[in-house]
Each structure stands twice: as C-alpha cells, then as structure tokens.
Design a protein around this ligand. Structure first.
Ligand code: SF4
Ligand code: SF4
Length: 97
C-alpha cells in the first residue's frame, strides 16, 4: 500500500493547484489562499491538494470528468503510484495504488 507523506516538500511538488479538475473551483482556490497564510501545514482536509496523501477533496465545485495531472507529478513517480483522481477516489493508501 503506497503511503504518501504529508510534508511541505511533497506539497511543493504537487500539481493539483494547476489541475483542470479544480482550476475553476472557488472552494479549492480559497483553501489554497488560506493555507498560504498559515504558519506550518494546515489540517490535511484544508489543504486543497496532495490528495494522494490526504484523500477526498471537501470541495463540491470541482469537475471530476476533467484530466488529472497526477501522472506528470514527481510525487506520483517517487512513490510508485499507479492511479489518479485521488481527490475523487481517496488517497493512494486507501486506493491501494
Ligand atoms: S488528484 Fe489529480 S484530479 Fe485531483 S486535483 Fe490532484 S491532479 Fe487534479
Ligand atoms: S500525485 Fe497528484 S495528488 Fe499527489 S502530489 Fe502529485 S499531483 Fe498532487
């Protein structure tokens, strides 16, 4: 079961912020802005990214039918992941790949 660490280093590599699934999401953009104002890491469900580690998004205004950026991401290759749309299907650990 791949376990992706919830770390700033992985957050910095994550491409969720530029992903077609949530690029138009007001909810996701508000979460990103709030997370940037914090000192330290937000609670995982309040990050708005790194879903391979944190699991389902709490945002409802995302477009799950759009393409996912995960297979182009360093976190994906470094952790041997083999799935995508973790914001929809849950974390890599829950998904098992
Ligand atoms: S998990 Fe994939 S589909 Fe979801 S926001 Fe991140 S890159 Fe986009
Ligand atoms: S694999 Fe996907 S969810 Fe995980 S860090 Fe990369 S872009 Fe974000």
């Amino acid at each position: 079961m791949p376990h992706v660490a919830y770390t700033q280093e992985n957050i910095d590599k994550c491409w969720c912020g530029q992903c077609p699934v949530q690029i138009g999401s007001r909810c996701a953009s508000d979460l990103y802005e709030a997370a940037q104002r914090l000192e330290g890491l937000p609670a995982p469900e309040r990050l708005g990214g790194l879903y391979c580690s944190t699991g389902h998004t709490i945002c409802h205004d995302v477009q799950f039918v759009n393409l996912c950026n995960c297979p182009a991401c360093l976190v994906w290759s470094e952790n041997g992941l083999a799935s995508n749309h973790y914001c929809a299907v849950g974390s890599a650990e829950e998904r098992g790949r």
